[in-house]
Ligand binder design. Structure first.
Ligand SMILES: Cc1cc2nc3c(=O)[nH]c(=O)nc-3n(C[C@H](O)[C@H](O)[C@H](O)COP(=O)(O)O)c2cc1C
Length: 195
């Protein structure tokens, strides 16, 4: 008789701390996801926004299913993505729940307008994007939300707020231009052999 041997532990068993520490090397642009209408609104700070396709214009955001934004996004089928600028650290902290702020109280102290769908969009955001939910894939602790872009409001500013190794970092196109050039010149040479 042929015996089929299976390992007792099916998961590779990577410790969570090791995974977290590897992910800290990823630099993420900081955005605030907004959800709801009127006074029934909330939002959260995220680094998980990624563009999915240009045609049609779609993006993805991964949010914890326990976050207060998740049931609202699911129920209303709409959400906003507000890409923060380098001066909006306080907004990032409010929407990450600092000081125990919840729901509509997180919106105090900054300027918001409602999109056509009624979702709050941040007036001074680098980009404020109104999305309609195309699909939500619920996997493990999180929901992968695919949004179809319905409206975009952009600012002229070019200084972004990023998150890297557990801290906020400002990236300013003007101030950091020389350092960015030093990084990009050798990589351009590498990608064009023979030139
Ligand atoms: C820089 C930063 C990035 C974050 N990125 C995410 C993310 O991508 N997805 C997520 O579910 N939570 C993320 N969080 C955590 C949420 O912002 C936080 O849990 C928030 O309080 C959830 O909202 P709630 O309190 O209304 O449930 C991030 C927090 C910080 C500080």
């Amino acid at each position: 008789m042929n015996a089929i041997l299976r390992p007792l532990v099916t998961e590779p068993g990577v410790p969570a701390a090791e995974f977290r520490s590897a992910m800290r090397h990823l630099t993420g642009g900081v955005s605030v996801i907004t959800a709801g209408r009127g006074r029934d609104i909330t939002g959260m700070t995220v680094t998980s926004v990624t563009s999915l396709s240009i045609d049609p214009p779609t993006l993805i955001v991964n949010i914890n299913r326990d976050a207060s934004s998740f049931p609202l996004i699911k129920r209303l089928g709409a959400f906003g993505v507000n890409v923060l600028n380098a001066d909006q650290l306080d907004i990032a902290e409010r929407f990450a729940g600092k000081g125990g702020l919840k729901g509509v109280d997180r919106f105090c102290g900054s300027n918001w307008n409602a999109s056509a769908s009624g979702t709050p969009l941040l007036v001074e955001a680098l980009a404020a994007i109104d999305c309609e939910v195309e699909e939500i894939v619920e996997r493990h602790s999180h929901g992968i939300i695919i949004g179809r872009v319905r409206e975009i409001r952009s600012a002229a500013r070019n200084a972004a707020l990023a998150y890297w190794h557990g801290q906020y970092v400002a990236i300013d196109h003007e101030e950091d231009a020389i350092r960015m050039a030093q990084v990009s010149v050798p990589s351009q040479r590498r990608s064009r052999p023979g030139k």
